[in-house]
Design a protein around this ligand. Structure first.
Ligand code: ADP
Length: 266
């Protein structure tokens, strides 16, 4: 008897993925890649298909062709509810997510929704608010906060669920230097805990500082996929996707340095 032992190590395996909202208008075409535990940035111009792709990874949309596996699970057979405790997703616009009148209630909602007790949820919510530097705003009404703070509340409300995967759509929108540093540290901490962070970003300097792997999308296809060193060295591909190199990388190239620089520490 033949014994087949399956030992997939990837977090996601995506094969020949196709998606369209409207008949005969392809939005994603023949997408093939795997996601492992490295923090992964998805970059590309507006309309490239990035949000559609991450909604498919969250299970909010179903493939029209091809497949997405989350570990051993075929996403086509899973509902969002079945994976709610596994895959966290922070919407681009926090107002699509926030609906409670106190920050603490908002952040406790997710953990309670996946079965934690009120006490457990409160503990997770307080820890998540601390991680994003908003513990002093726990009793505020989220609608009274600034956009940058509402975005951090939305991130905390997903962090509190302690999911294995965290998908962030444009986490740095409206963030100042302090907010960017908080998010950068959060990504590092989650990654060192063995969690998978996937983010859509337009801010190439943030990508260069905080991510190891970069996927470039254009017109519903993957143009490049590799380490940031590999991807940011390909000026022609970046040009096709209408993406700039990170500022420091561009500057150092103009000065004639051979090594690609991503931060002043490099
Ligand atoms: P990105 O995140 O890279 O900006 P999107 O995934 O949002 O790209 O959009 C990819 C394409 O799908 C765009 O042409 C967009 O207009 C289209 N699209 C997005 N959402 C819908 C929808 N709900 N119905 C129809 N078309 C959509």
């Amino acid at each position: 008897m033949e014994l087949t032992i399956s030992c997939k190590k990837n977090v996601f395996d995506i094969e020949h993925l196709e998606f369209q909202y409207l008949e005969n208008v392809p939005v994603l075409q023949d997408i093939n890649f795997t996601i492992d535990h490295r923090p992964t940035a998805i970059i590309g111009q507006n309309g490239a298909g990035k949000t559609t792709l991450v909604k498919l990874l969250k299970g909010l949309l179903k493939p029209v062709g091809g497949s997405i596996y989350y570990g051993e699970s075929d996403m086509a057979e899973k509902t969002v509810a079945m994976l709610a405790g596994e895959i966290g997703y922070v919407f681009q616009n926090p107002d699509d997510q926030i609906f409670k009148y106190h920050v603490i209630d908002e952040v406790m909602f997710g953990p309670q929704n996946i079965g934690m007790t009120k006490e457990q949820a409160k503990e997770k919510a307080v820890a998540a608010l601390k991680l994003v530097g908003l513990e002093q705003l726990a009793d505020e009404n989220p609608y009274d906060l600034e956009l940058s703070e509402r975005k951090l509340v939305a991130i905390a409300s997903v962090l509190a669920m302690d999911t294995k995967v965290l998908i962030l759509d444009e986490p740095t929108i409206a963030q100042d230097w302090k907010g960017r540093k908080i998010i950068q540290k959060m990504i590092r901490d989650l990654s060192s805990q063995g969690k998978t962070v996937i983010a859509i970003l337009h801010d190439m300097d943030f990508v260069a500082e905080s991510f190891e792997r970069v996927i470039v999308m254009a017109h519903g296809k993957v143009l490049a996929d590799g380490t940031k060193e590999e991807v940011f060295a390909q000026k022609d591909i970046l040009g096709q996707a209408r993406i700039d190199q990170p500022y420091l990388t561009k500057l150092c190239q103009q000065l004639g340095y051979k090594k690609l620089y991503f931060s002043l520490k490099d």
